[in-house]
Design a protein around this ligand. Sequence first.
Ligand code: GAL
Length: 431
Amino acid sequence: MSKKFITAGVAAFALMLTACSSGGTTGGGSSEPAGDGAKEVGVVTWWSAGSEKEGLEALVKIFEEQNEGYKFVNKAVAGGAGSQAKQKLAADLAAKNPPDTYQAHAGAELSENIDAGYLQDVSGLYDEFKLKDAFPKSLLDRLTVDGKIYSVPSNIHRSNVVWANVAVLQEAGLDPANPPADVDAWIADMEKVKAAGKTPITVGMAWTQLHLFENILLADLGAEGYSGLFNGKTDWNGEGVKKAIDHYAKILELADKTLMNEDWEPAMKPIIEGKAAYNVMGDWALAAFNGADKKAPADYVYFAVPGTKGTFNFLADSFTLPVGAPNEAAAKAWLKTISSPEGQVAFNSIKGSIPARSDLTAEQLGKFPQYQQDAMADFAKDTIVSSIAHGAAVPAPVSNEINDALAKFGQGASDATQLQADLVKATQNLK
Ligand code: GAL
C-alpha cells in the first residue's frame, strides 16, 4: 500500500469522525436508528454543508414521503467534488464494506469500480422505473458500458459557467450584459478589474483549478478539439493545449492566490460579496447566490466561459447500487425517488442543476427558476461535451493525475512545459 494511500485513508477516517461527532446527519434530522435496519438507506454524498446540503434535504423529504417507514441515513463526507468522499469510498469498497448507495458521476469515472466488480448492473431498475425513455440519449450513452448501466442520475450540471459581480465589473468600466467573446478579451477585462483595485478572479483548491482549466481547454480547442482529448484525436502535446496552458498561467497570475487551498464556496464568497469580479464554477454555485439573497442580473451575472458559448460542458450526479449493499431494497427505493419526476423537481430547483429527465410536464418545468430555464434551453440546443473534473470524461485515476499536475503548477512547483509533459503522461492510456 502506498504512503499516499495510507495518508488519504487516515484523512478520510478523521473526516468521518468529525462528521459523526458533529451529528453528520441531515434530511429531516434523521439521526437515530429506525429500529429496522433493512428500511434504512445509508447514502454517501459530499453534499454535507451550505447550499449543497439544502438540495439533499429537499430530496430526502420526497424520499421519506414516497417511501413510508423508510429512513434516510446521511453518510455525507465533506469536500467539494467528492475530494474526500472518493478516498473513503475507495477504501470501503476495497474492504468489501460498501454503503447502500453512493454518489458518483455519469461517465468514465466509475469504470474502475465497474471493472473491479463493485457495482450491480441496474438496467433492470431502468426497465422497472421506465427510465430508458425518460432520459436524453446524450445522458444514456454516457451511462451505458457494454450494454449495461451502473448508476441512476439525479441531475445534470453545467461546468462552463462564469459567475461575475455586477458592481465590481461596473467599477472597472465593464458592461455586465456584454461578456467577453474569447479568453484573450476576458484576460483584458481582468486587467481592467485589477487596474480598478479589485481582485479579477478567484480559484480554490486543486479540483477547482482543474474545473477552471478544463474550460480554458474547451475555449481554446473548441468542442470537437476538446472532446478529441479523450479519444486520441487531439494531441495533449500539441499547440492547442500549449495555448490553453499559457492562458491558464496568465489567469492564475491575476487570481487571488490566498484561496488556492479552499473549497469552492469560500472561493466564490468574494464574488458574492463584491470583492472580486469572476469565478468559474459549476451551476451548483447558483444555490450559494440564492442563499446569500443575491439576485441576477442586479447583483450578479452568469455567462458561458468566454469562447465556449454554444457548448454545454456536462456532468451528472448519479447514484449506484453496490454489490453487497447492506439494505438493497432501501437503496432501490432511493434510486426510484431520485429518478422520479417529483424527486428531480424538488432537488434540481434548489441545487441549480437541471433535471436529468427530459419528459417532465409543462407544469413541472414551470416550477424551475430562470437560471434552470436558460440551462434547459441550452442543453437542448448546445453541443454537449464532458467534464474532466466531475467524472464525465475520463476514468478517476486519470482525472486524479491531471488534478495533481495542476496542483503542482498552481503551487509554482512546475512550469508550463512541465505541466504539459505531466498532462501527456496522465492521459497516455486514453484511447
Ligand atoms: C460536483 C457535483 C455537484 C457538486 C459539486 C461541488 O462533483 O457533481 O453536484 O456537488 O461537485 O461539490
